[in-house]
Design a protein around this ligand. Structure first.
Ligand SMILES: [Zn+2]
Ligand SMILES: [Zn+2]
Length: 76
């Protein structure tokens, strides 16, 4: 795995920093044109696989348990 990852999406030609709202947060490679030097470069976000998160779903409201606000043990 390469270690030369950047904190921000920065143009490799001119160093122009792309704002967070315009950055490619997808792990799919995208070809973008730099807003300053107009050169095209490829960018993809790299995510480290940390593991699976599994959660039970609430039968009452259909939300995952951490998002569920139904009273627990409130069976009638
Ligand atoms: Zn550039
Ligand atoms: Zn619920």
């Amino acid at each position: 795995m390469s270690n030369d990852l950047l904190d921000e999406q920065v143009c490799p030609y001119c160093g122009y920093e792309v704002g967070d709202h315009l950055s490619n947060w997808s792990d799919e490679t995208e070809h973008v044109e730099c807003g300053r030097c107009r050169k095209t470069y490829a960018v993809a976000a790299e995510y480290q696989f940390l593991g699976f998160k599994v959660e039970k779903m609430c039968i009452e409201c259909g939300e995952v348990e951490s998002e569920c606000f139904c009273e627990e043990g409130d069976e009638q």
